[in-house]
Design a protein around this ligand. Structure first.
Ligand SMILES: CC(C)(COP(=O)(O)OP(=O)(O)OC[C@H]1O[C@@H](n2cnc3c(N)ncnc32)[C@H](O)[C@@H]1OP(=O)(O)O)[C@@H](O)C(=O)NCCC(=O)NCCS
Length: 171
């Protein structure tokens, strides 16, 4: 497996490690029930202490190459908009956006960037995502990026399949 990237640039976003000084800006976003309700492992309510714990935890997990967790910030003004994480052992991917930042394609943009890193740089064989049955927006994002259902609550994308997806038309 290659080195973990410090930062990933997309057209509109920078995906980079979480920092202590981000806590006050990402906690209100992930703390909204409309976001948290879809995330199996995110506590609710979510406070500053949870945010600080998360920053420390993601640094530890990165150091032992367990997960790659990145905060998505808008390139234009540095505003945090969401996050994306990849489990380097089993290939599980998870992502979220703050409510004001949904519906403009950031979800697809950050997932596509993570897929490229996972398959091209880290050489993972397969990524998967767990999903609530009624999470239609997230299903759409997974399908647009090439994932296929394996069970009613799971999607997967193999490196082999990803390489067959024309990246131009997948944008
Ligand atoms: C899932 C999530 C990241 C999607 O991000 P997003 O930036 O809003 O998604 P995009 O704009 O890239 O794409 C959404 C797609 O879903 C479609 N969509 C939106 N609402 C929909 C609905 N109710 N039913 C079906 N499709 C819907 C959009 O039209 C778009 O598809 P299109 O490009 O073909 O038009 C975001 O909604 C989110 O953070 N949700 C809460 C957390 C979450 O669910 N995380 C995933 C857990 S598996």
């Amino acid at each position: 497996m290659g080195p973990l990237p410090e930062c990933i640039q997309t057209a509109r976003l920078t995906l980079r490690s979480f920092r202590e000084e981000d806590v006050e800006r990402f906690v209100p976003l992930i703390g909204e029930w409309e976001v948290a309700r879809w995330l199996a492992r995110v506590p609710h309510p979510y406070g500053l202490e949870d945010g600080r714990w998360w920053v420390a935890r993601t640094a530890e997990n990165r150091a032992r190459r367990a997960t790659l967790d990145l905060l998505a910030v808008r390139r234009a003004d540095g505003q945090p908009v969401g996050g994306i994480g990849l489990n380097l052992d089993d290939g599980e991917v998870g992502y979220w956006l703050g409510w004001p930042h949904q519906g403009v394609g950031y979800g697809t943009e950050m997932l596509r960037a993570m897929l490229r890193v996972a398959f091209e740089d880290l050489h993972l064989p397969r990524l998967w995502a767990a999903i609530a049955p009624d999470n239609d927006r997230s299903r759409r994002v997974l399908e647009k990026t090439g994932f296929v259902t394996t069970t009613p609550d799971q999607y997967e994308l193999t490196a082999e399949r990803w390489r067959t997806i024309p990246q131009e038309s997948a944008r």
